[in-house]
Design a binder for this molecule. Structure first.
Ligand SMILES: C[S@@+](CC[C@H](N)C(=O)[O-])C[C@H]1O[C@@H](n2cnc3c(N)ncnc32)[C@H](O)[C@@H]1O
Length: 256
């Protein structure tokens, strides 16, 4: 359904029907998805270009949509290494497209559920691809709203970030109902009623900001994704319409 909202080609009638039903309740769903994807591009570019990050762990990757995270990072530095994680078998089926790394870099895909973060950390593909003694950017982009309990979502992040070295960063984006609670709730209930997808829990700015506890936020902090370091290009048509907050933080205590 996210692929349909992004005008992608890898979606099915059931995705389109559900996407249309969500958009009937909240037409901001599509600009939110587009602005979210553009946020991912700008945040990853920032991390590779300005923060000097060369290793990425991406939780809840989604179906490949070019440019994918590794393509953004490797465009800045071809040696970047990326581990993707998703629990959807359909994403696994498309994983080959996520493996098209530069020769200097490397990518891997782990089929795992983020609600079991220990299994991600224990996966040999993670250690084969990333050197956890060096900084990593952990990204959880538009995925934590599939975890209904905020404490559980925070625990997932804490378990993963605890394994990361000084200088590591966190990128999160998350759907919100702050802007129009009634319509956001109607749109979320379309997911709730569907068997085809997970339960969506939208949250407030204050709740989403707690996901960055233990981080020093990179300016401008946690903001609507279209307002995070806009580059004047990709957010055309989405400006001021994203019902998603996002931000980038640097793990505190990081020495490098
Ligand atoms: C809305 S897409 C976001 C894709 C990409 N991160 C982006 O923002 O462009 C959410 C993805 O999270 C994945 N996902 C949802 N729950 C998950 C879980 N418990 N473990 C791993 N992946 C999950 C879904 O399969 C889907 O591919």
């Amino acid at each position: 359904m996210y692929d349909y909202l992004l005008y992608g080609k890898d979606n099915y009638p059931v995705d389109r029907a559900l996407g249309d039903a969500v958009m009937r309740e909240a037409r901001q769903a599509r600009p939110s998805a587009l602005a979210n994807r553009a946020f991912m591009h700008r945040a990853i570019r920032y991390l590779a270009e300005e923060a000097g990050i060369r290793q990425f762990l991406d939780i809840g990757t989604g179906i490949p949509t070019e440019p994918n995270l590794h393509q953004v990072a490797q465009d800045v530095a071809p040696e970047c290494r990326v581990v993707y994680v998703d629990n959807d078998p359909l994403v696994l089926a498309h994983a080959r497209a996520l493996m098209a790394s530069t020769q200097q870099g490397r990518t891997a895909f782990i089929s795992a559920d983020m609600r079991d973060p220990e299994s991600i950390l224990a996966d040999p593909a993670l250690r084969d691809t990333l050197d956890l003694s060096r900084p990593v950017a952990l990204s959880a982009i538009a995925v934590l709203h599939f975890v209904s309990d905020l404490t559980a979502a925070r625990k997932i992040l804490a378990t993963l970030t605890d394994a990361l070295a000084p200088g590591s960063h966190l990128v999160v984006s998350h759907a919100t109902h702050d802007i129009d609670p009634k319509r956001a709730s109607a749109a979320a209930s379309v997911y709730q009623k569907s068997n085809a997808t997970g339960w969506v829990t939208t949250r407030t700015h204050a709740e989403i900001a707690t996901l960055f506890d233990g981080c020093e936020l990179v300016p401008p902090g946690v903001v609507r994704v279209d307002a995070w370091r806009p580059d004047g290009l990709v957010e055309v048509g989405c400006k001021g319409r994203a019902w998603v907050y996002g931000g980038v933080g640097r793990l505190k205590g990081a020495a490098a």
